[in-house]
Design a binder for this molecule. Structure first.
Ligand code: PMP
Length: 413
């Protein structure tokens, strides 16, 4: 049998062969990994970069002049360069390395927003957000006596843009919207929303967690003020992510975490702080993780986001059509512009039961509220099943998935 050839330096070849974990079995069946919106699998180049770092270059960053310290620092700072290029940032100083989107959004909430938030102010978000783009705003709003308002969505899972814009009134200090919904796959018109926010002098944060693995991102073309994303959905290690922010906003932000690495001079009479982005990176970071994330970005760029997008659109069309043919199956989120995420339920079948039975077939899908309680409430359901695809998934996997669902439906229905 011919082994599939892994991608070469130009990104050509079979990407599937680049992901060692995809070759394993679960319950004696070849694994079908359809939980990519939760976390993506890692290509060999990422695993090897992390391994190489610990075998060869491990040291702390910026605290040592010895060779290993310099190597570690230059690898870590190289990741910042890769992340800056990845979103077309104006400069590397606009990239704060974080543990993920959650930390990035909390940084904006506590450092940018809270100091200026007054009683009666408002924050606007949408009802399709992940809890990471709701709860931090609620926490700072509660401290300041401000409120959080959520723009509604249409039944097909698209944002009600007019309602969103209507909420952008003078007391709004910040708006926050997801680029791509983790439950519905909806791709929001973030450049249009940024224009509307800017026209009213309102700062816009975009949660790019689900966009970064699928779409080319250009923060300057979007025209937003903050863009947060996470490394582990982008085929990088867990515990990595980034915040891009306009430099003048970062300059004006006080520190959020205090500690080593973020100071200029520490005195008991008063401490002065480093310039951004280091002002926001207290303590020893996930150095090996960022080395891996830089390798992931390099890998994604070699394969090419346009190619990734084309493969995923094809898989999405196939899976949607095949699922729609299953009697009693309802898909949540049918926006014309959507990423390869399909949330669904089958009449009379509990989401967790179906997910458990699919696991026995070697198929990994997520069931639950997907950290989106308000969205579940909008659709009037406690949970959905979610199949989220990546470019390494195949049409054959979709066929196996849909026939397993049809079998299980007959068993449970
Ligand atoms: N926002 C969205 C849209 C997400 O899908 C996720 C992860 N499920 C997050 C934020 C949080 O990302 P992390 O847990 O990596 O911080």
């Amino acid at each position: 049998m011919n082994e599939p050839a892994a991608t070469d330096h130009n990104g050509a070849g079979d990407p599937r062969a680049d992901f060692p974990l995809l070759a394993r079995e679960v319950h004696g069946k070849p694994l079908i990994y359809f939980d990519n919106a939760n976390t993506a699998q890692k290509p060999r180049v990422v695993i090897e970069a992390v391994d190489r770092f610990y075998r060869h270059s491990n040291a702390n960053v910026s605290r040592a002049v010895h060779t290993l310290g310099e190597e570690a620092t230059s690898l870590y700072e190289g990741a910042r360069d890769a992340l800056a290029r990845f979103v077309n940032a104006g400069s590397r100083e606009e990239i704060v390395l974080t543990s993920g989107t959650t930390q990035a959004i909390n940084l904006v909430a506590y450092s940018h927003l809270l100091p200026q938030l007054r009683p009666g102010d408002a924050i606007v978000t949408t009802c399709m957000e992940h809890h990471a783009n709701i709860v931090p705003w609620q926490l700072v709003a509660a401290r300041a006596g401000a409120i959080v308002k959520a723009a509604p969505i249409h039944a097909d899972g698209t944002l009600d843009v007019d309602a969103f814009v209507a909420l952008l009134t003078p007391e709004v200090r910040l708006a926050a919207v997801t680029h791509v919904s983790n439950v519905l796959g909806t791709i929001n018109p973030v450049a249009q929303l940024a224009r509307e926010a800017r026209r009213r002098g309102i700062v816009l944060l975009v949660d790019g967690s689900q966009a970064a693995p699928h779409l080319p991102i250009d923060v300057r073309a979007i025209g937003c003020d903050f863009y947060a994303w996470t490394g582990h959905k982008l085929f990088g290690p867990t515990g990595t992510g980034a915040l891009w922010a306009r430099h003048e906003l970062l300059q004006a932000m006080p520190p959020f975490f205090g500690g080593g690495e973020m100071i200029r001079e520490v005195r008991f009479e008063g401490t002065t702080f480093a310039d951004p982005p280091h002002r926001f990176e207290a303590g020893t970071p996930n150095i090996a993780g960022f080395v891996g994330l830089a390798a992931a970005i390099d890998y994604v760029q070699r394969v090419g986001l346009p190619r990734i997008g084309a493969i995923e659109r094809d898989l999405l069309a196939h899976a949607t059509e095949a699922l729609q043919a299953v009697p009693g199956l309802r898909i949540f989120g049918t926006a014309p512009d959507k990423a390869a995420v399909i949330s669904f339920l089958i009449d009379g079948v509990h989401a967790h039961d179906l997910a458990t039975l699919l696991d026995h077939e070697g198929i990994a899908v997520r069931s639950g509220h997907h950290c989106a309680h308000p969205l579940m409430r909008f659709f009037g359901v406690p949970a959905t099943l979610r199949a989220s695809l990546a470019f390494y998934n195949t049409h054959e996997e979709i066929e196996r998935f849909v026939s397993a669902i049809a079998r299980v439906r007959r068993l449970l229905g």
